[in-house]
Design a binder for this molecule. Structure first.
Ligand code: HEM
Length: 203
């Protein structure tokens, strides 16, 4: 479904951030302010970071045509693990959104992301239960583009820190929206030719 080089870029960016999540959970890296805040809500924090890291690291491989064609069982197992991960990490992310750094703009940005993420995951699940493969793929592309916010957010934070003197609180609210809205628009751009929002009526 994805050209080989695009899949390669996706994996090179997503797997390290998935691993970062595990390192964060075991306090091997990460901002002390985040650790202090997360220690106040340890269960949602644990579910969010571990389920999020796992699904992010595993999910990219699902876009490999070869994996789907040669190992459909593996595709199914990863797919189920991924969607359970979205359910756990999304609900937990929604809870964490209310205490996010950066005030109401960040909090609203993360809470909206969590809702859209859970919703696109539900649509993908409904489509595959109805054996609507093309519709399932389209919703999964949207859903993974949102999971990929974990990558784009960290790239954007790195760029802000490297090239501006702005304090963290001033650009964090920007990234709470900019980490995912463009991802979704890019996927919609890819999907325009297919127009796969709904099952097509039989002709
Ligand atoms: C796409 C839906 C997601 C939502 C709504 C979301 C939401 C959040 C929120 C609200 C926080 C706390 C921010 C704060 O306290 O200021 C957070 C932090 C975090 N999230 Fe997510 N997140 C999502 C996806 C992911 C994914 C896929 C990963 C996997 C790597 C992930 C890993 C983390 C980590 C490690 C932190 C700790 C802070 C850090 O080191 O940056 N999140 N997330």
């Amino acid at each position: 479904m994805l050209a080989r080089w695009r899949l390669g870029v996706l994996l090179v960016l997503s797997i390290p951030i998935g691993i970062y999540a595990y390192l964060f959970q075991f306090q091997l890296t990460g901002d002390p302010a985040f650790h202090a805040r997360f220690s106040l809500t340890p269960i949602p924090a644990f579910l969010h970071v571990i389920a999020g890291g796992t699904l992010l690291a595993l999910g990219g491989a699902q876009f490999s045509k070869r994996l789907r064609a040669s190992y459909p069982k593996v595709h199914r197992i990863i797919g189920r693990t991924y969607l359970i991960g979205v359910l756990l990490a999304g609900c937990a992310g929604f809870v964490l959104a209310f205490t996010a750094e950066g005030g109401l703009v960040s909090q609203f940005g993360f809470a909206t992301l969590a809702i859209v993420w859970l919703w696109t995951g539900t649509q993908a699940f409904i489509a595959i239960r109805a054996s609507e493969i093309a519709v399932h793929q389209a919703w999964m592309m949207r859903n993974y583009a949102l999971a990929f916010a974990a990558v784009t957010l960290r790239i954007q934070l790195g760029l802000f820190e490297a090239f501006t003197d702005a304090p963290f609180e001033s650009f964090y609210p920007v990234t709470a929206w900019f980490s995912w809205v463009p991802n979704l628009l890019i996927v919609e751009w890819f999907l325009i030719p297919a127009l796969v929002f709904k099952p097509r009526p039989a002709t």
